[in-house]
Design a binder for this molecule. Structure first.
Ligand SMILES: CCCCCCCCCCCCC/C=C/C(=O)SCCNC(=O)CCNC(=O)[C@H](O)C(C)(C)COP(=O)(O)OP(=O)(O)OC[C@H]1O[C@@H](n2cnc3c(N)ncnc32)[C@H](O)[C@@H]1OP(=O)(O)O
Length: 255
């Protein structure tokens, strides 16, 4: 199986395993969607790590498979591909991408669907589709521009160039750079800390920020206030405020 979901201590690891470069063929794309939806619904999954293994995150869509495709096949396939990655982006829980080695094309687009990206110091990210006469087709033109800004996104998409970990950090494309051997450990620790947090409040925060990026300010403010008011009905809110009042400054933290 090219993609698995391993769950332990509240963290679900969505693991790509299609040697040598985790090229994302149709079967892998469809499996990512299935497991992202599973992770979204499982109550024993409170945070997710997307991981490609020690050597590579994913070198993109499977060029050898794509080469055999014609325009009509791609018209039929393109939406399913976007939906596969959107399923990851729509997981209503914190998602951390553990980026080792290459995250190119669809690989970078998959990492963009996470809330956070931890990159190894040898990581290389980019959207090289232009070198194939294409553009990103799995959400990259939208998510990359939203994350790092339109001109920086256009630089990477127009040129197809790869950026190393330090430049990716400076661009805001990744959030943390760690020694390559520690990527999964650090990403999982981050996810595990978030998994200890108030699940509904985390879901509310993610949905409010993400919806706000996709709509007008009034609608975004409406989403925020509905979630804010709704959270007053939760035990986490009771517990959090009680802890502050009764325990003072040393009150419990989850991060
Ligand atoms: C009927 C339906 C059919 C549907 C089919 C398609 C579905 C829809 C898909 C739509 C996707 C749209 C959005 C995404 C687009 C893309 O991602 S386009 C691809 C972007 N990625 C790239 O351009 C990277 C290509 N790879 C490289 O540049 C290099 O391989 C590398 C990553 C820089 C590593 O170089 P190096 O270390 O020198 O290793 P190599 O020898 O090049 O590679 C090792 C083997 O891995 C194979 N490989 C690498 N990348 C891919 C890939 N993307 N697809 C397929 N295979 C890949 C490479 O061929 C080598 O294989 P072997 O020679 O057999 O060892």
């Amino acid at each position: 199986m090219t993609v698995t979901l391993e769950v332990a201590d509240g963290v679900g690891t969505l693991r790509l395993d299609r040697p040598p470069m985790n090229a994302l063929d149709v079967a892998t794309q469809d499996r990512i969607k299935e497991l992202a939806e599973e992770a979204a619904h499982r109550t024993d999954v409170r945070a997710v790590v997307v991981y490609g293994g020690e050597k590579v995150f994913a070198a993109g869509a499977d060029i050898k498979e794509m080469r055999a495709m014609d325009h009509t096949a791609m018209i039929l396939r393109a939406r399913a591909l976007q939906d596969s990655f959107t399923a990851v982006a729509r997981i209503p829980k914190p998602v951390v991408a553990a980026v080792t080695g290459y995250a190119l094309g669809g690989g970078c687009e998959l990492a963009l669907c996470a809330d956070f990206r931890v990159a190894g110091d040898n990581a290389k990210l980019g959207q090289p589709e232009i070198l194939l006469g294409l553009i990103p087709g799995a959400g990259g033109t939208q998510r990359l521009a939203r994350l790092i800004g339109p001109s920086r996104a256009k630089d990477l998409i127009f040129t197809g160039r790869q950026v190393g970990a330090d430049e990716a950090l400076a661009l805001g494309l990744v959030d943390r750079v760690v020694p390559a051997a520690e990527v999964y450990e650090q990403a999982r620790a981050w996810a595990a800390a978030l998994a200890r947090g108030p699940a509904l409040a985390l879901r509310a925060a993610k949905e409010s920020v993400d919806t706000g990026l996709e709509t007008d300010l009034d609608t975004g403010l409406a989403v925020e206030r509905n979630w804010f008011a709704g959270l007053f009905a939760t035990e986490d809110r009771e517990r959090g405020m009680r802890s502050f009042v009764e325990e003072g400054p040393g009150r419990a933290k989850f991060l």
